[in-house]
Design a protein around this ligand. Structure first.
Ligand code: AMP
Ligand code: MG
Length: 423
């Protein structure tokens, strides 16, 4: 039984991230939301594109206004109006100014902007009542970014701010990594789909739905392989089918002690090497992690296999703790694929038998900027998925710790956005 940290290190080490050349695809900006950049972006535009004004006011020659004051204002002739979007027509001569609006292009000859509040317009002249700093309120061409320099690096996720930059740089098409394909197999003779009539002893395959949602949320594409009965030949066929198309295979069920041998045998007979068999974690002890090397698969690329426990809670905890970081690393993200841990004040006594690293599910709240952890009410049996429904955090009790009392700090694995505490 491996400690959690060791299992995590082994798993991350097994991950072969998508390849920039082989796994890139070109998408348009509006379909690039939350995709991961697979090639660095360089723009041929300077930012700002031209010298422009940061204020509504008057574009002037500093020489003309450097000695002016409230008592001795400078009086300049207004030769043109330059709203944003219009190209200036005049070269400013000595004693001249141009009315200019925020974002508009600076006219040739001008080097400084005087803000409107320090001026008074009189017909076609303007009085300037305060001497500005030289070059005041001018945003200089290329002062934010110079054409040809790196704009965005590979391996970042494209969200609002990055998409705004790409749009501004007129990069309408970007190369992103394809979505990793994740096959989801549910194993168990007792399982039925949600629309089937439930017979005594049967249970709905909820893992298929939970795992599909988590896979999609991680930016990958779930491939539904459905329910496979507890027969080695059927499972072998399903796994063989999965590794032919997927980058990662998730199966749930059938990896506890009783069934374990035959899953391992199947994996090995298909050419996989087993790297993890069990982890000292509760819930989620039986966890099989195997890797098919490129030479073992039809399309010559390696496939990672996770045999998750069948219990719905165990399956999800294993996903959050081990599968999600692996998927993020595989997806091409350059960093930030590790799990997010926060410190929270526990609102309940948290108990464990101290034998395995224990994850207790509940809700993470933000109260006045600080995290609080509320243990989910009801049974903490790994078979109970009903009280898991509002979970956005898993409080962690390390091995040897049997109690974290109410009011103490606890390390929490964040698995959803923290809720804002009701008053
Ligand atoms: P197993 O790991 O196959 O022994 O399954 C452990 C428990 O999880 C059993 O009670 C199963 O019925 C349940 N289980 C297994 N697979 C699923 C699934 N896909 N959805 C919901 N429950 C499941
Ligand atoms: Mg089973």
């Amino acid at each position: 039984m491996l400690p959690v940290s060791q299992a995590e290190a082994i798993i991350l080490d097994l991950v072969q991230p998508l390849n920039e050349e082989r796994d890139g695809e070109v998408v348009t900006l509006l379909t690039a939301i939350e995709r991961i950049l697979a090639a660095p972006v360089v723009s041929q535009l300077d930012f700002p594109h031209w010298d422009n004004s940061a204020m509504d006011g008057y574009a002037v020659r500093y020489e003309d206004v450097k000695h002016c004051s409230a008592e001795q204002p400078a009086s300049l002739e207004i030769v043109e109006e330059i709203p944003a979007g219009r190209s200036p027509q005049h070269l400013l001569q000595r004693g001249q100014a141009a009315r200019i609006l925020t974002g508009a292009v600076m006219p040739a000859g001008a080097d400084t902007v005087v803000m409107q509040e320090q001026t008074r317009r009189e017909g076609n002249r303007v009085l300037i009542f305060a001497s500005p700093e030289p070059q005041a309120f001018v945003r200089h061409q290329a002062s934010f970014y110079q054409a040809g320099k790196p704009l965005l690096p590979t391996g970042i996720m494209l969200q609002a701010t990055q998409l705004a930059v790409l749009a501004a740089a007129q990069c309408n098409h970007v190369t992103v990594y394809r979505r990793p394909r994740v096959a989801i197999i549910s194993t168990g003779d007792e399982l039925v789909t949600p629309d089937q009539l439930l017979q005594p002893g049967q249970l709905v395959d909820s893992n298929q739905y939970a795992l599909a949602a988590l896979v999609a949320q991680t930016g990958a594409e779930p491939l539904h392989m459905g329910i496979i009965p507890d027969r080695p030949q059927a499972l072998k066929k399903a796994i063989a089918r999965a590794i032919a198309t997927a980058d990662v295979v998730l199966s749930s069920g059938g990896v506890s002690v009783g069934d374990y041998d035959y899953v391992e045998q199947i994996l090995q007979s298909l050419g996989a090497e087993i790297h993890v068999r069990a982890v000292g974690v509760k819930p989620g002890k039986p966890l099989t992690v195997a890797k098919f090397s490129a030479s073992a698969t039809a399309n010559q690329k390696s496939v990672l296999y996770f045999g998750l426990p069948g219990n719905p809670v165990s399956a999800l905890v294993s996903f959050w703790r081990f599968v999600q970081p692996a998927l993020k690393k595989l997806s091409g993200l350059a960093h930030s694929w590790g799990p997010v841990f926060v410190q929270a004040r526990s609102r309940h006594d948290l108990r464990s038998d101290g034998k395995r690293e224990t994850y207790l599910w509940g809700q993470l709240y933000l109260v006045d900027g600080n995290y609080e952890f509320h243990l989910a009410a009801g049974s903490h049996s790994s078979g109970n998925l009903i009280n898991l429904a509002q979970t956005n955090g898993l409080a962690i009790l390390p091995i040897g710790k049997t109690l974290i009392p109410t009011g103490e700090q606890v390390k929490v694995l964040q698995v959803g956005s923290p809720a804002i505490c009701p008053a």
